[in-house]
Design a protein around this ligand. Structure first.
Ligand code: ADP
Ligand code: XUL
Length: 540
């Protein structure tokens, strides 16, 4: 039996998911497989010294959102220590892959490569990183402070459509290229001293492998720097972003790349198998694509994590003509379409906390308000929103009484589902079944509204941590590929990623018309709030 480890360095936590698979297939054509361990370390609770809230630093400017690379490194030490404490036999791990929150960037000086190579098990990862960060904090995907840089890059590359055709997305504030440009323009000396710009994914892989790791096309496509067709850096995009950038970026390598053996640091400190391979890390959404088993066209998933995302497998590249969605590289070598909303779980929490509720009370409030919310609409832009672009934060309300807890709870969830439905039309995929994942996908009342608004069956994932599961499955797939014994993706995902059919949520036919009207109303309110349409008529 072989162990494969998947790690997920997400916005609020670092998770580990360990799977066991039998290398041999039985005579009946079956392969034994199981999840051995599923562990999560929450940054705010377990590493309070960094002072994060929901995994990020609070800045007086709501558009600036950073986090701490040192915290992520310390979390890695803590998580391995916890696996050891739990009695996990890490000497059986054959390969490790990972998933990182997308777009976030880590800036390292010239000595970092040597520091990675010489990790001493007597000292912590944080101690090794001291003095090697040329930027003490890392801008993350929630940052929307680079509108000017986006405009500059867009105009240098010939307009939004050209940027999207080249990189898979028009220039987005949170994408790494615009973030790098801002750093270059505002802290030029520190930029010059930067030898390597990593993504969260490639930074974590570098710590594990004890050398600079490559960026995979899944996460590379979240930078506005990679030619989406060539799966390599675009010299045009690099030039439009910052000088000498080519020399500061890791290579782009396929998601199946074996970066090397795990650093002796993890062997000596935590008893990891010295022969364990480190596989290139990818972004959390590309990993979730595998974790929910979307390796064929025609299926979509919704992740209700810190961000809400809707994504699907995409065999042929097709960018969003409206410029709202993204095309990323899929770990299978194909593409994936994705649309991202910043006001996801934290917006739901804001409404919940406004009334001092826990999730149970929040669900009771949902049950106490009618589908369609008597015409009330909330545009849930508590924080600056990604889709549609709203940099000037603040919720907008149409006919909603904020003191009415049931109406407010329903308003935030109905709004999120409506927005996802409206802004994902360009993907043009059948949504008769939706695979649901992420922290809030265990909430049945929220899934019922999802099913009703999309008029689709909703299948929650049976594994909570689908990004970490996707990483573990990628580790298995890459290991077998490197051994000359490739396993088809459909076989890799089967079994593990099977949705929880007992948890299936079906749309209520009685609500179909209500939500058709609601979608129209929501779209009218959104257009009005964005200055694109007249005052909406809330009576129909
Ligand atoms: P990420 O991986 O992006 O850090 P997760 O997928 O772990 O985030 O989701 C974390 C979020 O899940 C929390 O912010 C919380 O709001 C949400 N969550 C957890 N339990 C529930 C629940 N029962 N109902 C709704 N939301 C929940
Ligand atoms: C995707 C995005 C978020 C982050 C954090 O484009 O910005 O989903 O990956 O999960």
């Amino acid at each position: 039996m072989s162990f494969y480890l998947g790690l997920d360095s997400s916005t609020q936590s670092l998770s580990a998911l360990l799977i066991e698979v039998d290398p041999a297939v039985s005579e009946a054509g079956e392969r034994h497989r199981r999840i051995v361990l599923d562990l999560t370390l929450n940054f705010d609770d377990q590493l309070p010294g960094y002072g994060t809230k929901s995994g990020v630093f609070q800045d007086e400017d709501p558009q600036v959102v950073h986090s701490s690379p040192l915290m992520w490194a310390e979390a890695l030490d803590c998580l391995f220590a916890r696996m050891q404490d739990e009695g996990v036999d890490l000497s059986r791990v054959v390969a490790i892959a990972g998933s990182g929150q997308q777009h976030g960037s880590v800036y390292l000086g010239a000595g970092a490569g040597e520091a990675f190579a010489g990790l001493d098990p007597e000292r912590s990862l944080v101690q090794h990183l001291q003095g090697h960060l040329t930027r003490s904090s890392a801008p993350v995907w929630m940052d929307s402070s680079t509108a000017r840089e986006c405009e500059e890059i867009t105009s240098a590359l010939g307009g939004p459509q050209s940027v999207a055709e080249l990189t898979g997305s028009r220039a987005f504030e949170r994408f790494t290229g615009p973030q790098i440009r801002k750093f270059y323009q505002q802290e030029t000396r520190a930029y010059e001293l930067t030898d390597r710009v990593h993504l969260v994914s490639s930074f974590m892989a570098s710590l594990l492998a004890g050398r600079h790791a490559p960026i995979d096309p899944g996460d590379g496509s979240g930078m506005n720097l990679m030619d989406i067709r060539e799966r390599d850096w675009s010299s045009l995009a690099l030039e439009a972003t910052a000088p000498d950038l080519a020399s500061k970026l890791p290579d782009i390598a396929p998601s199946t790349t074996i970066v090397g053996k795990v650093s002796p640091y993890f062997v000596q400190r935590f008893g990891v198998n010295p022969e364990a391979s480190v596989v290139a890390w990818s972004g959390d959404n590309p990993c979730s694509l595998i974790g929910v088993g979307l390796v064929r066209p025609g299926q979509v998933a919704i992740s209700l994590g810190t961000s809400d995302t809707l994504f699907g497998f995409m065999p042929e590249l097709r960018v969003d003509p409206a410029g709202e969605g993204h095309v990323f590289g899929a770990p299978t070598g194909d593409y994936m379409s994705l649309i991202c909303f910043k006001n996801g779980s934290l917006a739901r929490e804001k409404v919940r906390d406004r009334f001092g509720f826990d999730w149970l009370a929040f669900d009771e409030a949902l049950a106490a308000s009618p589908p369609g919310n008597n015409g009330a609409v909330l545009l849930p832009w508590f924080d600056p929103e990604i889709t549609p672009t709203v940099l000037d934060a603040g919720p907008r309300v149409y006919g909603l009484d904020w003191k009415d807890a049931p109406a407010a709870a329903r308003a935030v969830v109905e709004a999120q589902m409506a927005s996802m439905s409206i802004h994902s039309r360009w993907m043009d995929v059948e949504t008769d079944t939706i695979y649901a994942t992420g922290g809030a996908s265990k909430n049945w009342a929220i899934l019922q509204i999802m099913a009703d608004v999309f008029d689709a069956e909703v299948l929650p994932s049976s594994v909570g941590q689908t990004a970490a599961l996707g990483a573990a499955l990628r580790a298995w797939h890459a290991d077998r590929l490197a051994a000359g014994d490739p396993i088809p993706w459909s076989v890799v995902v089967e079994g593990f990623s099977a949705p929880d059919s007992a948890g299936r949520v079906s749309p209520n036919p009685a609500n179909k018309e209500v939500y058709q009207n609601f979608l129209r109303r929501y779209e009218a309110c959104e257009r009005h709030a964005l200055g694109l349409g007249p005052e909406p008529d809330l009576t129909n």
